[in-house]
Design a protein around this ligand. Sequence first.
Ligand SMILES: NC(=O)c1ccc[n+]([C@@H]2O[C@H](COP(=O)([O-])OP(=O)(O)OC[C@H]3O[C@@H](n4cnc5c(N)ncnc54)[C@H](OP(=O)(O)O)[C@@H]3O)[C@@H](O)[C@H]2O)c1
Length: 274
Amino acid sequence: MPCWSSEADEAEAESVEAVPTLVFAFSEGVGAWAERGLPNATIRVVPPTITTDALVDTLRGAVWAERVVCCLQNDADGPAHSRAAIQLFRIARALLLCGKGQEAIEFVTVTEAGVAVQTGEIAAPDPAGALGFIGCLAKELPNWRIKAADIARVDHIGLAQILGLPRDPEGNVVALREGRRLRQRFTDCALAPVHESAFRKGGVYVVIGGAGRLGEVLSAHLVRHYDAKVIWVGRSPLSDAVQTKIDRLARFGPAPEYLRADARDPAGVGGVQI
Ligand SMILES: NC(=O)c1ccc[n+]([C@@H]2O[C@H](COP(=O)([O-])OP(=O)(O)OC[C@H]3O[C@@H](n4cnc5c(N)ncnc54)[C@H](OP(=O)(O)O)[C@@H]3O)[C@@H](O)[C@H]2O)c1
């Protein structure tokens, strides 16, 4: 079960060295916040819709920095091409186009409310969407020293505290809340003992998408262990590949039946006769 736990005792924060730093902010307010936290940094407030080419120009025009900070914005109402993940993608792409892929730059991302770590918090989908991409960047660009911080709000914390985080080679996000540093971990989950399966011996199961990967795994379980009659619903016509799956499962029990319907169409699904 995923849970967020404090890591204050487990890892010491890095000291914030005086390294040349370039900060990308997408609003004047966040730019001013960054400047207060790191007065010597070069701050670039750019529009959320800035293109990769314009970012390349910005990078070429800036004093070269060994640390790049991206303060991604949380704007679910903005146009799709201004989303946090897209901003991040464009900044990373611009850095690559400037030949920085092999350099040991420190790459810091700051998201607001991208994860829900304590009661009452709700993860905002816009910054949350950027977090998976940060993990990819960390794995694809091992030379980059990646730090990903998620904060409740920019005015709750100073930039220096974020920069002091240890790097994470996996690009996992660290949530900073009320002076605590929290990381997601997985703990064992004690489930109530199952006395009786919800599946019935000889039952009939309609599996929408049953011919897909997960559907096939579920169907194999139902056929093997419950002697179940499985009906697969999919939009495509019955293909040789699906027939091969049916034939394979038929070796273990009743052959799944394939019916063609679109689950989004109530009339189509209602017409499935078992
Ligand atoms: N595979 C994994 O490891 C994994 C892990 C976590 C979550 N998931 C999620 O579980 C779902 C299934 O994954 P999968 O890997 O089994 O995908 P998949 O192999 O692409 O199978 C999806 C199946 O759903 C059918 N389907 C799609 N839209 C449909 C519709 N409107 N009406 C009826 N059938 C429809 C497709 O057939 P037609 O195109 O012919 O309709 C296809 O057979 C996805 O949402 C996936 O994101 C998968």
